[in-house]
Design a protein around this ligand. Sequence first.
Ligand code: C2E
Ligand code: MG
Ligand code: MG
Length: 487
Amino acid sequence: MCPTGFLGFVKIGDREWSTREINVLRAIGALFAQLQARVVAEERLRFIANHDDLTGLGNRRALLEYMEQRLAPGQSGPVATFFLDLDRLKALNDFLGHTAGDNFIRTLATRLREHRDPVDMIARLGGDEFVIVPAKPMDSVEAELEATRIQELIGRRVTVGDESVSRAASVGVALGVPGETTVADVLRRADHALLAAKSGGGNGIAVFTDTMRAQFELQDDVELNLRGAVADGSLILHYQPEVDLRTGRVVALEALVRWQHPTRGLLPPGAFVGVAEATNLAGELGRWVIRTACAQFSDWRQRGLANDVVIRINVSPVQLVSLDFVESMEDTLRRFGIDGSSVCLEITEHIVVQDLTRTQVTLRGLKRMGIQIAIDDFGTGYSSLSHLKALPVDAVKIDRGFVQRLGASTDDLAIVKSIVGLAGSFGLGVVGEGVETAIAARTLVGLGCYRAQGFLIARPMPAEQVEAHLAAGRIPLDLELPRVPRG
Ligand code: C2E
Ligand code: MG
Ligand code: MG
């Protein structure tokens, strides 16, 4: 055992230490040594408990303790919190190995510590996630500047082994007000802001805003209540007629889902379909939509309405790649006595591009039942001619973005013209979406696209209202069309 110090006593007078006295002194010395060892061990334990193994930076626990103090009532604020995430660290681990990845993170940690105020909290939460809480209070403008500085610091090159590498970082920023905001809230907001920062493809900065808050609250709410809504009847379908522009004849109805939310009113699909898709609820939601639309359609048919009308149903990519989709479609059609050719499923262009092989298999199965397939929002994705050729598709719906500005934008005119031409050369039907003006409608007709849907013709509406249009069979339009051949 090595000596850790000296224990000294002053001897007054001329006398030898007795053996007993020396033993007592030794015992006291040993006690001190033990005490000291214990203090060191406790300090070490405390360090381990509060620090990240790899980098020696604070860990989650230290961060929480620190933030708790900073956000206590009476402390000065706002307290800015920066959530950082290195872009594509995985690639670095994959190509240079995990040791290189670890070294990279260690070097970054040292750099952060060296360049920042020693009283700032810098924590690593694991992986490539870091959180910085500067000791200095700052408002959102200062915080955004600070985020840029942090990003620049992280982005500098690092030498790992023989390689010089750099990783950009995305930074999410949230501000907490002492005495008002809880630690959990600030961290959640910074995390949300980080998601927003990363959504642009990396190297982004986002400060948590009220709009973001509203959006995330809605998302949480949707996640929490959507499953219940599917079961308790608060989802409803509206139907938007599609007509032949030359005659006004109703040729199809598109089922569009809405959610009658207990506190937020009638929510459009844009507010919840995406959340459903991200949280495994798309299957359930989709089955409900298909079942309800088919039940309604079959009811209309039995009452002599909708005989020459096709029902159009939107399906999520997730539904389309689920293994039993074709079977469950078949069951539903049988149950409601609907022939496949009266149904058109609308899929977005994106899925077509993403998973061509799987999509092909499902679509072929659907085609065997005579079901029609349309590509929705056509023109916004990247499907090429080869995709269209490879898939058993019957029609494309021109995205409303192009149709809306027909008459005002020559670019859009050129695009719509080429889509109509393309559809024609592949023998596909074509439908114009989002017809809001008579000039757009006339232009479509002029280009040879006769089928259309849009607010000019009719808005999406509840089933009872659409019945009047079905009974009439047409929606009169006053387009003052030049004489066109009727087909
Ligand atoms: P979509 O399939 O392209 O449906 C057309 C959307 O355009 C509808 O919005 C409709 O209200 C809107 N629209 C129609 N005509 C006009 C117009 O003239 N001007 C403008 N500005 N808008 C027009 P909605 O109902 O909000 O639906 C949005 C999207 O949500 C749909 O786009 C579809 O992709 C999706 N969606 C709707 N229902 C379902 C569903 O049951 N399942 C799935 N997976 N997605 C659905
Ligand atoms: Mg659609
Ligand atoms: Mg569309």
